[in-house]
Design a protein around this ligand. Sequence first.
Ligand SMILES: Cc1cc2nc3c(=O)[nH]c(=O)nc-3n(C[C@H](O)[C@H](O)[C@H](O)COP(=O)(O)O)c2cc1C
Length: 321
Amino acid sequence: MKTRVTELLGVELPIIQGGMQWVGTAELASAVSNAGAFGVLTALTQPSPEALAAEIARCRGMTDKPFGVNLTILPSINPPPYEAYLDVVIDSGIQVLETAGSNPKAFIDKAKAAGVKIVHKCTAVRHALSAERNGVDAISIDGFECAGHPGEDDIPGLVLIPAAARALKIPLIASGGFGDGRGMAAALMLGAEGINMGTRFCATKEAPIHDAIKAALVAANERDTRLIYRPFRNTARVLKNAISEEVNVIERAPGAAFEDIRHLVAGARGKAALATGDVDQGLVWAGQVIGLIDDVPSVAELIERLVAECRERIAAGAALI
Ligand SMILES: Cc1cc2nc3c(=O)[nH]c(=O)nc-3n(C[C@H](O)[C@H](O)[C@H](O)COP(=O)(O)O)c2cc1C
C-alpha cells in the first residue's frame, strides 16, 4: 500500500492516528506504529515541554518504528508555551509534526528549517491551500463527521475529500468518519493517499482510557454525537452525554457567553471522565463513526482487519470494470 503518504511518513500502511488530547500517549502511538501505521503523540497532553521530551523517549522505548507529534494551536487566555513544545519536537529528532488549529505559519517556518515534515490538519479547502502555500508537506482534511473541531462550513467528507484532492498538489489524508475498510477504500478512491482516525482508536485495548468509556463508544450509534460551541463559532463534536446536553441548553439561550459554560467544559473534567469511566463527568470527544464501532480490538487486530477489508473492497470495485 505505497502512496506518497507512506513515503512521507516512512511507514508500510497509509493509516495515521490523529493527535488526541489525553489519549495520544506512548501506549497508543507505539501500538499504532508497531502495527505498521503512524502513531502520534499529543504534545499538550503532557503538562510541560520537559514532560513531552520524556514521553517521546518513553515511546521510543516501546517502538523502533517512526511516530510523530501533534501540536494543536488554539486561541487561549493562558496559552501553553507552544514554541517550547515545538523546540522539544525539533530537538528530539521527531521527523513529522501534525499541526492543527490556528494558522501555524511561524511554526511551519521554524520546523521546516529544522528538517521536520509537517502534516497540517484543517477543515476547509481554502485553509488547505493556504497551508500548502506556506510549505506544509501534506494536508489532513477533517470532514464534518469528525470528532473535535469540524469548523463552521459543515462539509462532509464525501464532498470535502474530492474537493481538496482536486485543489491540492501535495498529498492528502482523509480524516473524519473512518473506522473500517469500506471507508478506507472510499477515501483512497476519492483521491486521498491515506486516512487519519481518532475515535476508532479510542475503542482499542491500548487506548489509555477507562473500559467504561470504550463501552460507551461501542454502545453509541451514529446519532449519538452533539455539536457544542456553535454559537461561539468554535464548533466541536462530542459524545452525547449529560454535559453536552446541558452545554447545548445554556449556550443556546439569548446572550449566552462562554463564561456560562466554562465550568462544564473544563479540560480537567474531560480528562477525569476518561480516567474514571464516568461518562457524564465531562466532555468526551467522539465522531459520528461511533455508529460503526462494535468492539474493542487491539490496535494490531483493528489495523489488520481494516487493511484486509479495504483490499477486499478495492478488489470488488475493480471487478466491476
Ligand atoms: C478524544 C479525542 C481527542 C482529540 N483531541 C485532538 C487534539 O488535541 N488535537 C487535534 O488536532 N485533534 C484532536 N482530535 C481529532 C482527531 O485528531 C481527528 O482529527 C479526528 O478524531 C478524526 O475524526 P474521527 O474521530 O471521526 O476519526 C481528537 C479526537 C478525539 C476522538
